[in-house]
Design a protein around this ligand. Structure first.
Ligand code: ISE
Length: 338
């Protein structure tokens, strides 16, 4: 079965998903694209045969040719399209964060519960990366015992050009580590604190960069995350997990090491699209395979809600609230199995 997909939002990330669904993901066909910039949607559609272009996501959702919807608009606009897709009885892949506000996340979760069947997957790509998956497999196999701490690094060479805000360090960037650490540790986050290190002179004046996040899990583990949006040199993501009898570290993604003139060097990926290229392919392939088989893969809408609850607490801490506790509700039965 070929899954007929519609993509809402075809800016940089949406166009990238268009390419992978068209060229690399088996069993999928993009039949429609939508963007508030209709000309952009039309330009993308014009390059392929039989792709319809819309200026409004709601029109794409009700197109009978569209069986499943990929939502790649700005986070603050996700809820409207995700809920409408559920109402139209369609599967949804929603980019991260699922929504920027806890209220919007709850709206999505409530709509899915009311719908009666899980239909939503959230694009927390790190869960599809071979390195993080290998760490999770070792942890689950008990290789190094129980996890106690983790040290994470999330560096972008430069902040995105679209007016990235101080809060987005947490809501758009650290949200990846929030999700992947919930998944690795198998625990919810109980409290967070965000610190403001000496700002880089390379950043936007007035914007706190870098930021340093400390999370406490419900079981008492401690996780630190450095988020540096203008580190200047490359896209560098690291994770070292410290457990009872050993540590697990994300391998270096450098494909080649060059030894020359008394030095040892290797390239580092410039951006997240290169660093996580295979993980992006895999998340959509597994989602398409799931849709074709009538099942939904994780991360779920509940994971989307939990991550936004944590990132919201981080923003409060960043703005002076100190250590912020998170009152995470118990995961409903509806969201307990994959
Ligand atoms: C961006 O939106 C992403 O999702 C990237 O993975 C992340 O590294 C970057 O910091 C975000 O802005």
């Amino acid at each position: 079965m070929t899954v007929q997909v519609g993509i809402i939002g075809v800016g940089a990330m949406g166009a990238d998903h268009f390419d992978r669904l068209t060229e690399r993901v088996a069993g999928a066909r993009v039949v429609a694209v939508a963007d508030v910039d209709l000309a952009r949607a039309q330009a993308l559609a014009a390059g392929s045969s039989d792709v319809r272009a819309y200026g409004d996501g709601q029109e794409l959702i009700v197109d009978p040719a569209v069986q499943a919807v990929v939502v790649v608009t700005w986070g603050r606009f996700h809820a409207k399209d995700v809920v409408a897709a559920l109402e139209a009885d369609k599967d949804v892949f929603c980019e991260k964060p699922m929504a920027e506000s806890v209220e919007d996340c709850r709206r999505i979760v409530d709509a899915e519960v009311a719908h009666g069947r899980r239909r939503i997957t959230v694009g927390f790509t790190r869960r599809f990366d071979a390195g993080y998956r290998a760490m999770k497999a070792e942890l689950d196999a008990g290789t190094v015992g129980a996890p106690l701490m983790a040290h994470c690094v999330h560096r972008n060479a430069t902040a995105p050009p679209y007016g990235f805000t101080e809060d987005q360090f947490m809501t758009d960037s650290a949200v990846h580590e929030i999700d992947v650490c919930r998944w690795l540790f198998g625990q919810e986050m109980a409290a967070v604190r965000v610190m403001r290190p000496t700002p880089t002179t390379a950043g936007t004046p007035g914007l706190q960069d870098p930021q340093f996040l400390i999370m406490e899990t419900a079981g008492g583990a401690v996780i630190d995350v450095e988020v540096f949006m203008n580190c200047g040199y490359a896209y560098d993501v690291r994770c070292e997990l410290v457990a009872e009898t050993g540590t697990l570290s994300l391998g270096e993604p450098t494909p080649v090491v060059i030894r020359q003139e008394g030095a040892r060097a290797g390239p580092i990926t410039p951006g997240f699209l290169e660093r996580f290229a295979l993980a992006y392919d895999r998340e959509l392939q597994e989602w398409v395979d799931g849709v074709a088989a009538g099942r939904v893969i994780e991360p779920s809408a509940w994971d989307g809600l939990a991550a936004t609850m944590v990132s919201t607490a981080c923003v409060q801490s960043l703005h002076g609230a100190g250590r912020v506790e998170i009152d995470m509700p118990e995961r409903p039965k509806f969201y307990r199995s994959g």
